[in-house]
Design a protein. Structure first.
Length: 585
């Protein structure tokens, strides 16, 4: 019996009618075409464009009570350390479109495009000596997962086999509690550890982890140790996704290799360390920032990936609405004043600031920045990295900047009263100053400045503009689906088109449903009315209401515009503006 038998699809067709996927008329049309051309009813439905392969497989899974797995959910990720590639060779997997996922005692879970092929099930049982637990997936997902798994498993296997000796060296590196043996034993172990960490298999394993992250557009790599396992996660478009990790004993060899590349102290496991290194990939120069922190099970490592060739600082491409962009451009061209960008970590504030500087830089202007860290290098701008351990703080650098004849200054973040006052006094004495604050929305920036001790009479003449922003994921234009949201989902607000869009997943977006991110923002211009309210110590609620009355659109309202335009999903906007939209999710 096969998945595509005529009687099977007749029942499946009825199920798809019940699910509302197709109509009875469409089913009859597909049956007629199938009788005319031959082949399978499912193929006829696909050719007519009535259903997708995924819809057929999901419906069949419901009919049979078999779980549906997809690449988009991250469930088609085989366990790396169970030798699954030996149980089912790559030739067998490709020929039959099957993928081993994990083994538990005497059973093997296998993703299949045809879970009703009894002959194949029996052959797999004999081949693996395991009871087969099938799950269903689309052919395209399985084919892609096969190439990803079997293409990488050989590298992991080689690394696993070769790094057992590395693990022995690491165990030797655990210094004895005896003071008399501590120095000599440590020196011997560290020499062995460095030598082993630079062996080819370990190098290949680290290269594989970094290359895969770059290929999948990840911004960060997280390697986290636990009692009996390690976790490997990639952050893609702001969300963390679990990746099949190497075996637990490979944790220290990987950490050691990356420390060597970053010129960090591989013997120091008790204190956090920061470093960096650069890789070249197909004419692309990519910076990797390394951070380690000690946990109870070992060192957790995070690599921040900065692809210089992919960084384009363009204010027009950030996603601001046209009216917002006009206001921003008006105030960033002023000769003096303070412009603040607010939002949580990871909301794109630095990218927006770099885009602003790239737009307004000019040979006739002296532009200085003080940052922690310097995220990217902009030609024609003098950038300074703070070094608190030697006294080079934001405040100290700003005091020196004022003796450097500056026109424009960028301060990475206002963290304390001293930095805030220097920024404001610089703005009052003829300089254009840009900086950031960690606040939820634009009006909150005023309260934050007051809370850290800045006097109202300093804020009112200096502060010109506050921009609060978030980043939301862009829907993949190839596979996004339209639907009509309920009133509860909209919180009582009506979309102009009546339609919203949701992710589906396709090969072009790595089956996630999203590709890239876009900015949503609220822009608050500080006019005379708001300045008077600041002087009068008016409450945050009244300032926010007045700003709205003067034309400021909230993050939620701007997000809904992106939803109406099909740029992002309603869920993304609600997640980014939770607490600011007035509704709960």
């Amino acid at each position: 019996m096969t998945l595509f038998s005529k009687d099977r699809y007749s029942r499946l067709g009825d199920l798809m009618i019940q699910e509302g996927i197709i109509t009875k008329a469409q089913l009859e049309e597909a049956i007629a075409r199938q009788r005319k051309e031959g082949g399978r009813l499912g193929e006829a439905l696909l050719k007519l464009g009535m259903v997708s392969e995924e819809q057929i497989v999901i419906a069949l899974g419901k009919q049979l009570g078999i779980p549906y797995f997809s690449l988009g959910t991250g469930m088609l990720k085989p366990a790396i350390d169970q030798n699954l590639e030996e149980l089912i060779p790559v030739e067998t997997a490709r020929k039959n479109l099957i993928l081993p996922l994990w083994r538990t005692l005497g059973s093997l879970t296998v993703a299949m495009a045809d879970p009703l092929d009894l002959i194949l099930m029996d052959n797999l049982k004999k081949l693996t000596s395991c009871q087969i637990n099938p799950v269903i997936a689309t052919k395209s997902d399985i084919a892609r997962a096969i190439e990803e798994f079997y293409g990488k498993s050989s590298l992991f296997k080689e690394a696993v086999a070769a790094t057992y000796d590395v693990s022995d060296a690491i165990r030797e590196a655990n210094i004895s509690e005896s003071e008399g043996n501590r120095v000599s034993q440590s020196e011997l172990s560290l020499e062995k550890l460095i030598a082993r960490a630079e062996e080819a298999p370990v190098v290949k394993l680290v290269d594989l982890i970094i290359r895969q992250a770059i290929d999948e557009r990840a911004s960060d790599i997280h390697l986290e140790p636990f009692r009996d396992k390690i976790n490997l996660r990639y952050r893609i478009d702001g969300k963390l996704y679990e990746i099949p990790p190497p075996a637990p004993h490979l944790h220290l060899p990987i950490i050691s290799r990356i420390k060597i590349l970053s010129k960090l102290d591989i013997a120091e496991k008790r204190l956090p360390q920061d470093g960096s290194f650069t890789v070249k990939l197909e004419n692309r120069v990519i910076d990797l920032r390394v951070s380690t922190v000690p946990t109870i099970y070992g060192e957790k490592l995070v690599l921040r990936i900065l692809d210089k060739t992919a960084m384009v600082f363009n204010l027009s491409g950030m996603g601001f609405e046209s009216g917002q962009l006009e206001k921003i451009r008006e105030w960033i061209k002023m000769p003096y004043g303070l412009v603040l960008l607010t939002g949580p970590t990871g909301s794109g504030k630095t990218t927006t600031l770099y885009s602003i500087l790239s737009e307004i830089k000019d040979p006739s202007k002296n532009i200085l920045t003080i940052e922690d860290p310097v995220e990217d290098h902009i030609e024609g701008i003098n950038q300074v990295q703070i070094k608190p351990d030697i006294g080079l703080t934001f405040a100290a650098a700003l005091r020196s900047f004022l003796r450097q004849d500056p026109d424009i200054m960028l301060v990475g973040e206002i963290r304390d009263l001293e930095t805030a006052e220097i920024c404001i006094r610089s703005a009052l004495t003829g300089h254009l100053v840009f900086s950031t604050l960690h606040t939820n929305d634009a009006p909150s920036a005023i309260n934050r400045l007051l809370d850290i001790g800045v006097k109202p009479y300093l804020i009112t003449p200096s502060l010109n503009l506050v921009v609060a922003q978030r980043l939301v994921r862009r829907l993949c234009p190839e596979c996004k689906e339209a639907y009509e949201p309920t009133k509860e989902q909209l919180g009582g607000i009506t979309l102009k088109t009546g339609l919203s869009y949701k992710p589906r997943g396709c090969p072009k977006c790595n089956h996630i449903g999203y590709s890239g991110r876009v900015c949503i923002a609220e822009v608050m211009v500080i006019n005379n009315e708001l300045r008077q309210m600041i002087t009068d110590h008016v409450s945050y609620e009244k300032i926010r209401k007045t700003a709205h009355d003067l034309g400021m659109q909230s993050l939620y309202a701007i997000g809904l515009k992106k939803v109406e335009a099909g740029i992002t999903s309603l869920q993304e906007v609600l997640s980014a503006t939770l607490g600011l939209s007035g509704i709960n999710i």
